[in-house]
Ligand binder design. Sequence first.
Ligand code: APR
Length: 237
Amino acid sequence: MKDIQNIVILTGAGISAESGVATFRGPDGLWEGHRVEDVATPEAFARNSELVQNFYDQRRARLKTVHPNAAHKALAKLDAKWPGELLLVTQNVDDLHDRAGSTRLLHMHGELNSAWCLACDARSPFEGEMAEGPACPHCHQPGRLRPDIVWFGEMPYQMERIERALSRCDLFVSIGTSGAVYPAAGFVQTARYNGARTLEMNLDPSEGSFHFHESRMGRAGDLVPDWVEEVLSHGLC
Ligand code: APR
C-alpha cells in the first residue's frame, strides 16, 4: 500500500448522531413531520418564510444543548497532528467539528450559526432567532436574513476547493453519510478515479458502499478514534 500524504474526509449527519443531533434519513428523521420541500428549498422560503425560519431557529437553539463526541474529537486530533494535506468536508450544518477544534474544515452545506442577508449579500455569524426579523449587522436592514444553509436546488459551497483536494488526495474517507445526496455522494468516485484509496465508516452500508475499497460498519464514536490512531501510527488506512 502506498504512503498516505493527502487526506480528504467527508462527514455527514451520522457523525453527530451520538451527540444527540438527529440524522436526516433515520427513523427519528430530522424533518420532524415536515416534507423536505416545505422546509429545505428556496421555494419553501419564498412561500412560507416563517415556517422555514422557525424550523431552523429550533435547530440552531438545539446546538446549545449538544457537544462534540469522540469521533469529532478524534478528527480534530488528526487535523492537529497530520503533517500532510488534510481537508475535512462536512455536510453538517451543526458546529460540532468547529467546537471539537478542527481547523482544516469546510461546511459545504452551510452553517446554522451563519446568516445570509438577502439585501446586501453579506454573511455574518448568527446565534439568535431569525423568525423575529432581526437587522443585518452589515446593512442594518431588518427582516432580510435567511439561514446560510444550502437548500435543495442550490449549489454547495467551495466546490472548486473540494474538487482540487479530491484530485490530490491519496486517501478519501467518508463517515456517517447515507450517500443519498449529490454532489457529496460522488466524491468517492472522483477520489478513486484520481487514484486514492477509499474507506467508508458508517452504521449501515451507504448507497454507494460498493465504490469504496473498504467499509467499516459501526458507530462513528467507536470506529473513528481507532482509525485515527491507526493513521497516526502507521500513516496508512
Ligand atoms: N455512526 C456512524 N454512522 C451513523 C450513526 C453513527 N452513530 N448513526 C447513523 N449513522 C449513519 C446512518 O446509517 C446513515 O447512513 O449516518 C447516515 C446518515 O445519513 P443521512 O441522515 O442521510 O445524512 P447525510 O448523509 O448527512 O445527508 C446528506 O442530505 O438532507 C440533506 O443537506 C442534508 O447534508 C444533508 C444531506
